[in-house]
Design a protein around this ligand. Structure first.
Ligand code: G6P
Length: 473
């Protein structure tokens, strides 16, 4: 590891750095899994760019270091910051509020103060490494105040912000005691990106009603304190995945052999249903289990013929709503298995782990039906990963209409997860779907996910930032 350049022309700012601690890895860090990292890493490598973020451990103080051709600029969070800014305001105020109050948001002034303080720290870190006129791209709801703070520190830079989660309807957003400050924070950006057209619309609506600003087709006239006027643009840039990487893994003989082995170890049921989610109340895991349990109860499904594999990866485990969710889900899984398992067959294979990408692709290949039943989801990349992995054009995607992905993946079997009878019928439709119909739909889905991958997403966003700076196309 060596010291990075202190001046970068392209800077990404996100709550987490794109690396995870790993004692066995060279230098002690390994690249985080996920599409965002794979899309942005090449851009930063090419431009000698920097990534500003939290290294993921409370109290850890680190100097900037180089990793894989990127300069990583760590921001320290104390144990208090983690509790008040990350677990509190980010994940117990903004997260539930922006996901349509599926869980009640908590509003605490102390959390807000920590959010302001930590956002300031991120803004200062970004300001300190930005070359004159740099492009700075801020990511997600943990950092909504950074665009404005950064603009005040560095009026010369071009600022983008991308919101990975939903932006709620005005009637809900209006609950937020700091609703004006958050909007003003975001309006510090030149380009404000959302997953769906509807999210961008909800944002401009809130800006009109709370701040009384003029908006026209996503363009917002922002007047600064000194009276100068600039335009911020809010629009949709639906995020995607590294499609090619999933496709390539799914074609590997060893991954296909692993898929076969997974089915065998489940007792070779006729049908494997699959769900994989962070263990989060937005994902509708309980609704999925309820529908499945009723199908078993009504003998529309038999435990000898079907198994549901549910991967629930651990997430935000110190936040009370997540602890409660875990208890509820594990109680339900235990009940369903207790009622329907036989010595040789299990109704639900529940796995509270996360898995490397190879294993995920093998699981996708082993699954006849993929269940995505989120009650609200900015995009849902699992739906896209499943499609990208089905190189055999088989398998059926059951997809909640409350995900951003539903706007794009029109050939999926769409469901309203709140309608348990409708969800049960959709699961049966998927199980009974003929191979020719599966292939017809899957090919159309695959075309979409191939054409719009995450590299395309970042190109589009960065092209708009370059245009703000006046660079040649
Ligand atoms: C969502 C958010 C991300 C976040 C991720 C994992 O996808 O949009 O910003 O990083 O969840 O959550 P965590 O709290 O572990 O960072």
């Amino acid at each position: 590891m060596s010291d990075p350049k202190t001046e970068a022309d392209v800077i990404v700012v996100s709550n987490r750095l794109p690396v995870d601690h790993d004692e066995n890895a060279e230098g002690g860090w390994r690249r985080s899994p996920g599409g965002l990292v794979s899309a942005l890493e090449p851009v930063l490598q090419k431009t000698g760019g920097a990534w500003v973020g939290w290294p993921g451990t409370a109290g850890l103080e680190l100097d900037p270091f180089e990793f894989d051709g990127m300069a990583l600029v760590p921001v320290t969070l104390s144990a208090d910051d983690v509790e008040l800014y990350y677990e509190g305001f980010s994940n117990d105020t903004i997260w539930p509020l922006y996901h349509d109050v599926i869980s009640p948001p908590a509003y605490h002034r102390e959390w807000w103060e920590a959010y302001v303080r930590v956002n300031e720290r991120f803004a200062r870190a970004a300001a300190s490494v930005a070359a004159p006129g740099a492009l700075v791209w801020v990511q997600d709801y943990q950092l909504q105040l950074v665009p404005r703070m950064l603009r005040e520190l560095r009026p010369d830079v071009v600022i983008g912000y991308f919101h990975h989660i939903p932006f709620p309807a005005y009637g809900l957003y209006a609950q937020l005691p700091w609703r004006k400050q958050v909007l003003a924070g975001l309006l510090g950006a030149d380009v404000i990106g959302f997953q769906r057209v509807q999210d961008a619309g909800n944002f401009t609506n809130a800006v009109r009603r709370q701040l009384g600003l003029e908006t026209k087709a996503g363009a917002i006239r922002v007047t600064a304190e000194d009276g100068s006027v600039r335009t911020a643009v809010a629009r949709a840039y639906p995020i995607s995945i590294d499609t090619e990487a999933y496709d390539e893994l799914a074609r590997r003989p060893e991954v296909q052999a692993r898929a076969k082995e997974i089915r065998e170890s489940l007792g070779d049921p006729q049908t494997v249903l699959f769900g994989v989610d962070r263990l989060d109340y937005t994902k509708g895991i309980g609704h999925r289990l309820k529908a499945y349990g009723e199908l078993l109860e009504e003998n529309r499904l038999e435990v000898e013929d079907v198994t549901l594999v549910q991967v629930a990866s651990p997430s935000r485990e110190r936040v009370a709503a997540y602890m409660q969710l875990r208890d509820e889900i594990e109680l339900t899984v235990g009940r369903i298995n207790g009622d329907y398992d036989t010595v040789g067959h299990t109704a639900i294979r529940y796995l509270h782990h996360s898995y490397p990408r190879e294993e995920m692709v093998a699981l996708y290949l082993a699954a006849d039906v993929m269940l995505v039943t989120a009650l609200r989801d900015g995009m849902n990349l699992v739906a896209k990963e499943y499609v990208a992995s089905r190189v055999d054009s088989r398998g059926v995607l059951v997809l909640s209409e409350f995900t951003g992905a539903a706007d794009e993946l029109s050939q999926a079997v769409k469901v309203n997860p709140h309608d348990i009878d409708g969800l049960k019928d959709a699961i049966m439709t998927a199980i009974d779907m003929q191979p020719a119909e599966q292939a017809r739909r899957m090919r159309a889905l695959r075309r979409r996910v191939r054409e719009r991958d995450v590299a395309d997403w970042s190109r589009r966003f960065l092209a708009d930032l370059h245009a703000v700076r006046g660079d040649d196309a």
